[in-house]
Write a protein that binds this ligand. Sequence first.
Ligand SMILES: [Zn+2]
Length: 383
Amino acid sequence: MVNKPYGRKLINRVLPEKAKNKILKDIAELPKISIDRTAALDAEKIAVGAFSPLEGFLGSEEYNSVLFKETLLNGLPWTIPIIFAPNPQEKSTIDKLKSGSEIALFYQEKPIGMLHLEEKYRFSKKELAKQVFGTTDIAHPDVKKIENMGDVILSGKIDLLERLSPKDEFTPKETRAEFEKRQWETIVVFQTRNPPHVAHEYIQRCALELVDGLFIHPVVGELKPDDFPPEAVVESYRYLIDNYYPASRVFLSPFSIAMRYAGPKAAVFLAIVRKNYGCTHFIVGRDMAGVGSYYDPYEAQALLRKLDIGIEPMAFRESYYCSRCQSVASEKTCAHKPENHVKISGTQLRKLIAAKTRPPAEIMRPEIADLLSKYSANLQKAT
Ligand SMILES: [Zn+2]
């Protein structure tokens, strides 16, 4: 059996066709609010059950519980508040809204969902930054995003009218069906926002030796400008799967959410979400969901072990290529001195690819490096 959803029930708030058409017919009568990409992707993920047990954007009591106790009101651990604070340009509409209002959410001029307003409340941006990201430093990409948010949060259940994710993206319901069809009972997920280098491949193979299936789930929704473009990540993984992995053991779907660079708290959130996709095991390497040097590189592993969320963390030390072992290894598996080690840094790889220089084969498969070189222009712009 695949893993149970978080809170035991997979939420579904995608409106059936008939109900959707009825709402669309009368949508002009409703108050209209624009939603940004982060919140729009969140709304979609709530609706398809990826954020189960959430059924909407958090109210103030639950928001504070997540910030200060790392739990939802039902007591389940939860570390990233899922909230919607519309652009301040919407102020005149927001002022008129009352609890119970039905609001049409528009993304890029298209209606994508309905918000059943329960509460509107003010919040402290400093407190949000400090509690979730551990810093108020504006150089942190999420702290900067918080600065640009509106001042009022709207909470309530949502109903989805239109999906935003790419057509080849699987919902939790669909991945569960796929895993069952493949008769996988234990499924390890690999969270990523980078194309595969040899250390990633090593970790994935190690994990796959112990379970039935490997689910590669790259974040494609919204990344930092200096991350690899999502298409590059997906394309390079498709290549790896088609040419090196057994098709019956590895499955890939893009995952469109806004990445949260909150280190340990983001790692816990990303693990909870993957439980909803049916995964039983979660690979957590060094400095997961980190940025700069805001987080201790192994704090994510510690927090995942501490909180019981019902998905088994598989913790890996930093791996490197060892010229004496002649393989990828880690301090756990290799006895040799650092001068024998070729460390593999994502930043360094990005720089090489941006300069159209092939990284050494000990670090990245040459075919993958070549495939990525067509994205070098995007990387140069960012770095
Ligand atoms: Zn060695």
